[in-house]
Design a protein around this ligand. Structure first.
Ligand code: PLP
Length: 433
C-alpha cells in the first residue's frame, strides 16, 4: 500500500501497524485529542524532559550548587549536546556546539565569513556582496542587513531560481536557509554550495527546518558554516538554545565577533586580553543556559532513539509517506485549497502547505479548535511568488501516525464543507499565528 493511494482509515491504521518507528511516539507526552502538525515551529514535549529538568533543578543546582559546574559537567554541555546534533547533520564530533539563539549564531557566522572573504580577496578587491533569498526567514535577513550596513557590504535578495546565476566575483557570501520556513521548499545544498565555491564565495546554511527533519550532510554537501534551531524538530522546548557549526578547515583561522569569556582559551584565568579557544568552542560567548540545555538534550535524544530504526533516512521516508497521505486526501476532498509546497519530494522539507484564496487564517483557527494544530503564515502581496496566505502542516515522524494524517485531512474537509471558519471567534487575530 502506497500512502498516497490509501483510501480507508483501516488502510492508514495498517501502515501504522507495520511501521518500525511507531514505538517512538511513546517517547512523547502528547495531549489527548490533539493531532500536532506544528513540530516545525515548536517541537512536542519528550516524556523524559520534565524529570530531567527537575533533576537538574533539585539535585544538580539545589544540592550540588556551584560544584555542579565540574561534578556533573555543566561546562561541557555545549559540546556534549553538540556532538549528538552533529550526528544528525553530517558533522564530526568536536565540530558543533549548542549556544545562544539562531539569530545570534547567524550574526557570528556571517560576521566571521565576511572577514574571511575580505581577507581572502585581498586589499582593493571588490568582493562585497552577500547573496540571500528574498523569502528567507526574516531574522536571517535582518541580521544580514545590519551586518552589511556596518561592514560596508551590500545585501542582494533574490528568488530561489535566480540564486545560482547571481553568484560572481563580487559575491563574498551566499547565506541560505536549507528548507524554507513558509512553503517548505528545500534547496539542493550540494549544488548551491558548489556554485558558491565556483564563484569564490563562502556558503552559510541555516538548518532551522532541516536538523532532525531531513537528512543533512554538511561535509559531503560542501557547507562552510551552519546554524540551526533547538526548539523545532529537535524538540528542545520553547526558546531552546541553538547550534553552530564551522568547517574545521576554517574554524581556527578567524574569530567570531562576540568574544565572550566562555569562548576564551582559558576562561578561569580571568586574563584581560582575549585569546580564542581552539576549534568551535570559540563560537561560545557567555555562560550556558544549563536548564534549557538539559531540556534540549532530552529532545535531541528522541531523534537519536531513531538511530536503531534507520535514523534520519527512515524518519525522512516516513515523513514523506505521511505528507503524501495527507496531501492526496486534502487535494481529493478540498478543491478550495491549493497545494503551496513543492510536489517533488526532493524539493520539499518536512511540511505540507496549502493556500486558500481568502480565509486561510480562520480555517486554521477552526482546525485548532478541533485539536488539529498547524499554523498560518500571511502572504506577501508585494511579491507574487509568496502572495498567498498559507496553512502550514508540519510532519514529524517521531510521533505522528498515519491515522493522524488521515484524520487531519478529514478535519480540514469538515471545516471547509460546513464553513466552520465563518464563526467570528475564528476571525480574530492572535499575536502568534
Ligand atoms: C525559526 C527560525 C529562526 C529562529 O531564530 P531565533 O533566534 O530562535 O528566534 C531563525 N532562522 C530560521 C530560518 C528559522 O526558521
Amino acid at each position: 500500500m502506497r500512502p498516497a493511494s490509501v483510501t480507508t482509515r483501516d488502510q492508514a491504521a495498517a501502515l501504522d501497524a507495520a511501521d518500525p518507528l511507531a514505538p517512538l511516539r511513546d517517547l512523547f507526552e502528547l495531549p489527548p485529542g490533539v493531532i500536532y502538525l506544528d513540530g516545525n515551529s515548536l517541537g512536542a514535549l519528550p516524556r523524559a524532559t520534565a524529570a530531567r529538568v527537575r533533576e537538574v533543578v533539585e539535585q544538580e543546582w539545589g544540592q550540588g550548587l556551584i560544584r555542579s559546574w565540574n561534578s556533573v559537567g555543566w561546562m561541557t554541555l555545549a559540546s556534549r549536546i553538540g556532538d549528538k546534533i552533529a550526528r544528525l547533520v553530517g558533522a564530526a564530533p568536536g565540530e558543533l556546539v549548542v549556544t545562544d539563539s539562531t539569530s545570534v549564531n547567524v550574526f557570528k557566522v556571517l560576521s566571521a565569513a565576511l572577514t574571511m572573504a575580505r581577507v581572502a580577496a585581498g586589499p582593493g578587491a571588490d568582493r562585497r556582496v552577500i547573496v540571500s533569498e528574498r523569502s528567507n526567514f526574516p531574522t536571517d535577513l535582518y541580521i544580514a542587513e545590519s551586518l552589511a550596513r556596518e561592514r560596508g557590504f551590500e545585501l542582494r535578495l533574490l528568488d530561489a531560481p535566480d540564486l545560482a546565476s547571481a553568484l560572481d566575483a563580487r559575491t563574498a557570501v551566499l547565506m541560505l536557509t536549507h528548507v524554507n520556513y513558509r512553503n517548505g521548499v528545500m534547496h539542493d545544498m550540494a549544488a548551491l554550495s558548489r556554485a558558491a565555491h565556483d564563484a569564490g564565495a563562502l556558503v552559510i546554511w541555516d538548518l532551522a527546518h532541516s536538523a532532525g527533519a531531513v537528512p543533512v550532510d554538511l561535509h559531503r554537501d560542501g557547507a562552510d558554516f551552519a546554524v540551526g534551531c533547538g526548539y523545532k524538530y529537535l524538540n528542545g522546548g520553547p526558546g531552546a538554545p541553538a547550534f553552530v557549526w564551522v568547517h574545521p578547515k576554517h574554524v581556527g583561522r578567524f574569530q567570531q565577533p562576540l568574544s565572550g569569556w566562555i569562548g576564551h582559551a582559558a576562561p578561569f584565568e580571568f586574563t584581560p586580553g582575549y585569546r580564542p579557544a581552539a576549534g568551535i568552542s570559540r563560537y561560545l560567548c557567555g555562560t550556558p543556559a544549563v536548564i534549557s540545555m538539559a531540556a534540549l538534550e532530552c529532545g535531541v535524544d528522541t531523534l537519536l532513539a531513531a538511530q536503531q530504526h534507520g535514523g534520519m533516512a527512515a524518519l525522512r521516508a516516513k515523513s514523506l509517506a505521511l505528507s503524501h497521505l495527507f496531501a492526496a486526501r486534502v487535494e481529493a476532498l478540498c478543491p478550495a485549497l491549493t497545494l503551496a509546497s513543492p510536489r517533488d519530494d526532493a524539493g520539499r522539507g518536512s511540511q505540507v502547505c496549502f493556500s486558500h484564496a481568502t480565509h486561510a487564517y480562520a480555517i486554521m483557527q477552526a482546525l485548532i479548535a478541533r485539536g488539529v494544530i498547524g499554523d498560518f503564515r500571511a502572504g506577501d502581496p508585494a511579491h507574487p511568488p509568496d502572495a498567498a496566505d498559507i496553512l502550514r502542516f508540519g510532519f514529524t515522524p517521531l510521533y505522528l501516525r498515519f491515522v493522524d494524517a488521515w484524520d487531519a485531512a478529514g478535519h480540514v474537509h469538515q471545516v471547509l464543507a460546513a464553513e466552520e471558519w465563518r464563526r467570528p471567534e475564528f476571525n480574530r487575530r492572535h499575536a502568534v499565528t
